[in-house]
Design a binder for this molecule. Structure first.
Ligand code: ADP
Ligand code: MG
Length: 378
């Protein structure tokens, strides 16, 4: 396998923070990047060599990518599968339109997992009002999730009975949904891994995740869970990547409930919970994404430190209704890294950045995290 030569242009579909870190890694490795994102202020567009400020299905923009880029990857899982199909006729696209199309649609994703005997919690596909009639009451309490375009807990409504389910489905304007039984979660964990075109795989250590209001709040590495479950998670991610013929960086979110492990969802891209790798590893998840895309060998995923990563939501920029500048300059230590994504408008619940504390001792890391939270009133 020969790698794409440097300094070829690579395309990144999506200009959010994940795309921004991809640009940094790609440029570090000697490549150039064209970012496609309709937002003129997109975090990745600002660092890219070229920013195509067009919609994701704009044919002129896709033609420019085909003409000027050797390969394309995505950071935004709602990228239209048609866009990826169009590009992959002409240039390398990793992950493929097929893999992304499954991961971006909860109905296809859940059905794929079930068909291939991966463990998933009980669910029912709801596409019509008729589907509601045959819902078994043992599924309640449940969560109705729109099949596409949900993120950070958006596009989800908790329902306890038929009446609430009917109301929620109407609220979603009868869009296709899945209804998931609410699991009594013990922990959430994720596996971030990369698979190359020649079936080489690398795995980051298991990550333990805490969500608040459906949004990732913090991730701890390594996860403090039973070794058997941890091996099981890794094995599932391994087999899943093969089943999807996946090339690139993939994250699998898991639920641990009642002593068993269930796949929650697949992210066809680097993952928020993998951000620790920017500061606790020699090679971060975005380095692997670039490498898998251009055909360079995947590299070491081991951690040189333990870590806790904490998301900085727009809420940190508010004191009541008042916008403030958080006192980041007061937080200084060699083992603390603050990453801000360059987003202009802080909004409550919007991911504006994150910080990571590294060290040898989880207790010490935890007390540093507490001090930082106090400083930032979070
Ligand atoms: P998103 O695309 O927003 O990440 P998820 O399906 O991962 O959507 O849901 C977000 C979070 O909501 C999960 O990480 C978990 O904390 C909670 N959640 C989602 N589904 C369930 C479920 N079936 N049972 C219990 N908690 C759930
Ligand atoms: Mg999720």
């Amino acid at each position: 396998m020969t790698a794409i030569v440097k300094p070829s242009m690579l395309a990144m579909l999506g200009g959010g923070q994940l795309g921004r870190f991809f640009v940094v890694s790609a440029q570090k490795l000697g490549y150039q990047v064209t970012v496609l994102d309709p937002d003129p202020n997109s975090p990745a567009g600002k660092l890219a060599d070229v920013h195509l400020c067009q919609k994701y299905d704009d044919q002129d923009a896709l033609d420019i990518i085909i003409k000027t880029c050797k390969a394309a990857s995505t950071e935004f899982e709602n990228i239209p599968a048609k866009t990826l199909e169009c590009l992959q006729k002409a240039i390398i696209v990793r992950p493929s339109a097929y893999a992304v199309s499954i991961a971006q649609n909860r109905i296809l994703e859940k059905s794929f997992l079930k068909k291939n005997n991966f463990p998933v919690g009980d669910f029912k596909v709801i596409e019509t009002v008729n589907d509601i009639k045959s819902v078994d009451s043992s599924l309640f309490p449940a969560i109705l999730k729109i099949a596409q375009f949900g993120y950070d807990g958006k596009g989800q409504i908790h329902v306890n009975n038929m009446e609430e389910l009917n109301r929620a489905f109407t609220q979603f304007k009868l869009q296709p949904c899945v209804l998931e039984k609410k699991l009594n979660l013990h922990t959430e964990v994720s596996v971030v891994m990369a698979r190359s075109n020649d079936d080489k795989k690398v795995f980051y250590p298991l990550i333990e995740n805490k969500h608040v209001n459906g949004i990732l709040d913090n991730s701890t590495i390594p996860a403090n869970i039973d070794k058997k479950l941890s091996e099981c998670a890794r094995d599932i991610a391994d087999r899943l990547s093969t089943a999807l013929e996946y090339v690139g960086v993939m994250a699998v979110e898991f639920f641990i409930a009642n002593g068993s492990i269930f796949v929650n969802e697949i992210a066809p891209r680097p993952h928020n919970s993998g951000h620790f790798s920017l500061d606790a590893c020699l090679n971060n998840q975005f380095d692997q994404q670039v490498r898998a895309l251009v055909g360079l060998p995947l590299v070491d995923t081991s951690i040189h430190s333990k870590a806790i990563m904490v998301n900085l939501l727009g809420d940190v920029w508010f004191q009541g209704d008042q916008l403030i500048s958080p006192p980041f300059e007061e937080i200084k230590a060699e083992n603390i890294a603050i990453h801000l994504y360059g987003k202009k408008d802080p909004r409550r619940g919007r991911k504006m950045g994150h910080f990571t504390v590294t060290g040898d001792d989880t207790k010490e890391i935890l007390s540093a995290v507490k001090l930082i939270r106090a400083k930032l009133s979070m």
